[in-house]
Design a protein. Sequence first.
Length: 150
Amino acid sequence: MPVISLLLNILWVVFGGLWMAFAWVVAGALMAVTIIGLPWTAAAFRNAWYTLLPFGQTVVSREEVTGRPSLASGPLGVVGNVLWLLLGGWWIALLHLVHAFLFAITIIGLPFAWAHLKLAGLALWPIGRTVVPIDEAERLRYGAWRGRAL
């Protein structure tokens, strides 16, 4: 992890990232308790880790990583994302939007506001997406641009 990403992640945790990651863990735990919510549990815990350390990582389509279509990118994934949105995604997205607004009113908080906006989008539609380091995402996109995976 580059030094600037490490520094931003430390500041992120100190200034509220820990609480937002905890919200994702709570959502994942609530989903795990119910039989119906089990398909969303892994995504919630993965997003909790990403919320804890967002700098130096990015979200990409699972198809970009695996190189093959997944169930999450089809109609089943759309249904899963709509259910997630209705059951819990909207309130996590709302928490991220409130934090984004609070950070955006200060100039020094703009990188954190931007991170919260990205996380709010992820909170609304998480299924079929995965978290990878930024350099891996660039390799994936470069390989796709060249027409072959690297």
